[in-house]
Design a protein around this ligand. Structure first.
Ligand code: RIB
Ligand code: CA
Length: 310
């Protein structure tokens, strides 16, 4: 039985591959895509979700617009990585998919309330939409199987010394989701930086020989150039699709159950995901954290998705 999921995202180059893998893999039933502000402004991330569907020929998944800013701090987009429109590189086609009439929270509500199976929420951007949803619909929490989120890190950050971008953008949202008690899995930079986009990966995507393969290769080229300039990493990390891969093929990553706390007030550490891997604090475990990636298995899933769609 395929796993029903909602994919909440801020496309974003790596978010696009998460959308494609979620739509392509037979073990996943992609029920909805919701956009959130993060990598870009909400108008851009929403359009980019529609573009990702258009390029891949995904026509049967509702796409809805979500939160335009984090719960507390001002939005600061990741344009130095993703570009001003949040999907720099290839020319973006006009979306051939219409935006759903519902806002993101209404679409999430309808999908969760209407599902005969508990729904997994996959989040690859700031957790703003997810936090608003769990706050507005506490009665639906038992119908959420888990939240699996790309964000945070067991180590250093990427937008601040100890804060990863999705966590840094809306740390209050993480606290709300953790406090809700919904089963929570963190897929942080520690594992994401094992998913490095090598020249071989780029050529495998391009070799699909389709519109989607060419679009995907152009995204990877732009993304890697941005990482080279920003972090001296010519092989950028394709963070987001690891969340989807872990649902499609759980053997792709190892996980540990541990204690996760989020720093909300630190002068230099706001947004840090504090993962007590050694258990030294003696606090109750409240999350799963992904640790090691089966890199070949992961890239086979990505290549398979690019070849399966379009
Ligand atoms: O820090 C990496 C995360 O921030 C990824 O989800 C990327 O798309 C950006 O949203
Ligand atoms: Ca993202």
């Amino acid at each position: 039985m395929p796993t029903p999921i909602i994919l909440d995202c801020d496309p974003g180059h790596d978010d696009v591959f998460a959308i494609w893998l979620a739509a392509a893999h037979p073990a996943i039933d992609l029920r909805a895509i919701t956009a959130v502000a993060g990598n870009g402004h909400i108008a851009d991330t929403t359009r980019n979700a529609l573009v990702a569907c258009t390029v891949a020929g995904i026509t049967d998944v509702p796409v809805a617009r979500g939160a335009e800013r984090p719960l507390v701090q001002e939005l600061s987009i990741a344009d130095w990585i993703h570009g001003a429109n949040a999907l720099g590189g290839p020319e973006l086609p006009e979306p051939e998919i219409a935006l759903d009439d519902r806002e993101a929270l209404a679409l999430m509500r309808d999908v969760v309330a209407g599902s005969t199976q508990p729904v997994t929420i996959v989040a690859t951007g700031p957790l703003t939409n997810v936090a608003l949803f769990v706050g507005r619909h506490p009665d639906l929490l038992p119908r959420i199987a888990r939240v699996i989120w790309m964000g945070g890190s067991t180590g250093r950050g990427n937008v601040a010394a100890y804060a990863e971008f999705n966590a840094w953008t809306d740390p209050e949202a993480i606290q709300i989701v953790l406090d809700s008690g919904v089963p929570f899995t963190m897929v942080g930079l520690n594992i994401a930086h094992q998913a490095l986009i090598t020249a071989d990966v780029r050529s495998r995507v391009a070799a699909a020989g389709t519109r989607m393969g060419a679009f995907g290769a152009a995204l990877l080229e732009y993304f890697c150039a941005a990482y080279e300039k920003a972090e001296g990493m010519a092989e950028g990390p394709l963070h987001d699709p690891i969340t989807v891969a872990m649902i499609a093929d759980p053997a792709v990553a190892t996980i540990v159950r541990t204690r996760l706390d989020i720093e909300l007030t630190g002068t230099e550490t706001r947004g840090a995901t504090c993962v007590d891997l050694l258990g030294v604090l003696g606090r109750q475990a409240n999350a799963e954290v992904a640790l090691d990636l089966d890199v070949d298995r992961f890239w086979n899933l990505i290549e398979g998705a690019v070849r399966a769609l379009d």
